[in-house]
Design a binder for this molecule. Sequence first.
Ligand SMILES: C[S@@+](CC[C@H](N)C(=O)[O-])C[C@H]1O[C@@H](n2cnc3c(N)ncnc32)[C@H](O)[C@@H]1O
Length: 224
Amino acid sequence: MTPAIPRQPEPELMDLDEEAAAYAVADFAEVNDRFVRRLLELVGPVESARAVDLGTGPGDIPIRMVRARPSWHVTAVDGSPAMLDLARRAVEGAGLSASIELVLGDAKALSLPPGGFDVVFSNSILHHINDVDPLWAGVRRLAKPGALVLLRDLARPSSREIAREIVERNSGDESDLLKEEFYRSLLAAYTPDEVREQLDRAGLSALDVEMVSDRHLDVFGRLP
Ligand SMILES: C[S@@+](CC[C@H](N)C(=O)[O-])C[C@H]1O[C@@H](n2cnc3c(N)ncnc32)[C@H](O)[C@@H]1O
């Protein structure tokens, strides 16, 4: 396999107001819907569950999840006050404040109850994080025995040219700011092999890593 280009880290939190706002108005309906369908498929017919979403951003995924499973309770965490404000408005607007609790916090150091969650999920946080070991330790700590985990993120392509092609193919009419962020995010992402090493280090080898599109990898499975 062609070796991937070196990883180029990007800032962890999306805490500039304009950055958060640009992200929130972008049309992620289809990708978010695909994420929720994948989560529902993996979790099966579980009507009632406590879930945690790490790096919830504008909160669209928990809203979709609770609409699909109205008895679920989701704790939605983000470290960016600007993003969490947007999430709060979206959750209140959807009338789902009783089912979705918003928490400002660092996903690498959360003081949420250990073993408190049947489902741990996250979309697009991993590439933001340089010090990944505490994130995976947190996933392990928050999950109940037998919990389902689904973490989806970008995977770093093998060249900058391929990264540009991926951006052009998948960005539609998005703003130049978002296209540039997408490109930088691809370069900041981890490869499937790097993620497998992270999971082994964290004692999470029970989880699988799989490429699910030209740009996304899934980490998924049930913990022992
Ligand atoms: C690309 S956005 C994805 C948002 C959302 N999951 C979605 O799919 O629409 C990544 C989010 O993760 C948040 N984030 C990054 N590092 C974090 C950390 N260590 N703790 C909590 N949130 C973090 C960022 O502030 C941002 O809102």
